[in-house]
Design a binder for this molecule. Structure first.
Ligand SMILES: [Zn+2]
Ligand SMILES: [Zn+2]
Length: 410
C-alpha cells in the first residue's frame, strides 16, 4: 500500500513535470502579481535593435523624450529593459570598399551615446558585465554586426571588431556573402564555403556569438556542424506560424536547442502573422517604388531621405494591412518553447529595423505587457526570467568559456 502510493506520487510528479509550464492559465490578479515580481527581478535582454543608423545619419540622441524611434532611454526605462544589443548594420548595396568604414562610424556613435549618457548607460562585452550594470541600475549596451559582408572577406577584421566590443555577427544579411548563402537570395554556395567555416571557427575562438538570423537553411545547418559553441538567432521567429524564409522551421529549432543555443523572437508583423505577411507581399512593390522615388528626389539634391519621411511613406501604405496584436509574440514564444524547450527562447525585437510592430508593442516601452501576457499564460517565474534574458546570458557565458579554452590551447 505504502509502496504503491509512493509510486503513484512519483508518477504524478513525473507527469506534472512533463506538462509545459505555459499550459496553465493564471487568474488575472495572480498574473499581475507574478508579472510585477518578474519585472522587478529579471534582466530583460533585447538582442537586436537597429537604432545606431538613426544616431549616425540624423544625430539622434537616445535621451530624446518624444522621438518617433522605437528605442530611447525613456522608453527603455518604461520597458524595464536590462540590456540592448545595438545592430551595426550596413546595407548589402553599400559600396564594398566602404563597408568597414561605415561599420566603424556606427560603432563610434554607439560609444558616443554611452559616453554622453554614462549616468544611465554602460558598455558591456560579457555576461558578467551585463549583470553588474544591471545591479548598478544602468542599461547595458552591446553591439552585434549585422551581415558577414561587413568584414570585407578579411578574417582579421573579425578580430578588430571583437576588440571594439562586438559580441555577435549574423553570417549574412539579405544577400549572399562571398562565403555564405542568405535566406533572402538564390543559393550560390550550398551553405557555407571553406572561408565561411573559418569565419565560424574564428568567431568561436574570439568569443563572438555566431548569429544565424538571415542565413539560408543550409548555411544554418553548416554553421551548426562547424561551431564549437552555442549559436544564436538574434531576431528570428517560427516558420510553422508564419511561413517566410527568414523564420526557423521546427527542425531548425530542435537543432538549435540541441546545440544549446537560443532563438530570439523577432517582433516584425510580417514575421509573426501570416495574414500580414501575405497582405504585405501585395503592396511590397508599390512601397519599394515610392521609397525609391523619394530617395531619388533627395539624392538629386545630394541628400538622403530622412527617417521620419521614410516612416511617413511606410505608414501611409502599411496602415491598411492587418497588423496583429502583440499577443502573437507570445504565440511564437509558446511554439518555440514547445518545440525546442524553454531554455532556448529569447527576445530579439528588431526595433528601429522594422516598419511594422504588432499593436500594443509599438516600441521598447511596451515590453512589460508581453511579460504580463506570459504571466497570464501560466509561465513560471523562473521560465519567464530565462526567456526574458537568462537564456542569452547562459549562451554568452558558454561562448566565453569556449573562447578561453580555444585560446588556451594555442
Ligand atoms: Zn537589423
Ligand atoms: Zn535583420
Amino acid at each position: 500500500m505504502q509502496k504503491s502510493r509512493r509510486l503513484l506520487k512519483v508518477l504524478l510528479a513525473c507527469s506534472l513535470a512533463a506538462i509545459p509550464s505555459f499550459s496553465f492559465q493564471r487568474p488575472p490578479a495572480e498574473a499581475e502579481k507574478t508579472a510585477e515580481q518578474v519585472l522587478r527581478q529579471a534582466i530583460i535582454i533585447d538582442t537586436h535593435a537597429d537604432t545606431p543608423q538613426m544616431m549616425l545619419d540624423e544625430g539622434y540622441d537616445l535621451a530624446q523624450p518624444d522621438s518617433t524611434f522605437m528605442v530611447s532611454i525613456p522608453k527603455m526605462r518604461q520597458g524595464h529593459l536590462g540590456a540592448e544589443f545595438f545592430s551595426i548594420w550596413v546595407d548589402v548595396t553599400w559600396p564594398k570598399q566602404d563597408l568597414i568604414h561605415r561599420a566603424l562610424d556606427l560603432m563610434d556613435v554607439v560609444y558616443e551615446q554611452v559616453g554622453r549618457h554614462s549616468d544611465v548607460l554602460g558598455m558591456a562585452t560579457t555576461a558578467d558585465e551585463i549583470v553588474r550594470l544591471h545591479l548598478q541600475g544602468k542599461f547595458a549596451i552591446l553591439m552585434g554586426v549585422e551581415g558577414g559582408h561587413i568584414i570585407e572577406d578579411d578574417l582579421r577584421v573579425l578580430d578588430i571588431y571583437q576588440r571594439l566590443g562586438v559580441r555577435y555577427m549574423t553570417l549574412t544579411h539579405t544577400a549572399n556573402t562571398d562565403w555564405a548563402d542568405s535566406s533572402g537570395d538564390q543559393a550560390k554556395w550550398n551553405g557555407l564555403t571553406d572561408l565561411g567555416k573559418q569565419v565560424v571557427q574564428r568567431m568561436n575562438r574570439l568569443g563572438m556569438m555566431v548569429d544565424i538570423s538571415h542565413v539560408s537553411d543550409k548555411t544554418f545547418y553548416d554553421a551548426l556542424a562547424v561551431t564549437r559553441a552555442p549559436v544564436i538567432a538574434s531576431h528570428s521567429s517560427c516558420r510553422a506560424l508564419c511561413n517566410v524564409p527568414r523564420n526557423m522551421t521546427d527542425d531548425m529549432i530542435r537543432a538549435l536547442a540541441k546545440n544549446g543555443g537560443v532563438m530570439d523572437i523577432n517582433f516584425y508583423s510580417g514575421f509573426l502573422s501570416q495574414a500580414y505577411a501575405d497582405a504585405y507581399k501585395k503592396i511590397e512593390k508599390q512601397l519599394d517604388a515610392q521609397l525609391a522615388a523619394a530617395r531619388a528626389r533627395y539624392a538629386s539634391q545630394g541628400k538622403r531621405l530622412p527617417y521620419p519621411e521614410e516612416q511617413e511613406i511606410e505608414h501611409s501604405l502599411l496602415g491598411g494591412l492587418p497588423v496583429p496584436s502583440y499577443t502573437v509574440i507570445a504565440d511564437h514564444i509558446d511554439h518555440a518553447v514547445q518545440v525546442g524547450g524553454v531554455d532556448h527562447v529569447g527576445l530579439g525585437s528588431d526595433f528601429d529595423g522594422i516598419d511594422s510592430a504588432p499593436k500594443g508593442m509599438e516600441d521598447v516601452s511596451k515590453l512589460p505587457d508581453l511579460v504580463r501576457e506570459l504571466a497570464r499564460r501560466g509561465y513560471s517565474e523562473q521560465d519567464m526570467k530565462k526567456i526574458l534574458g537568462g537564456n542569452l546570458l547562459r549562451v554568452m557565458r558558454q561562448v566565453e568559456r569556449v573562447s578561453h579554452e580555444m585560446r588556451a590551447r594555442n
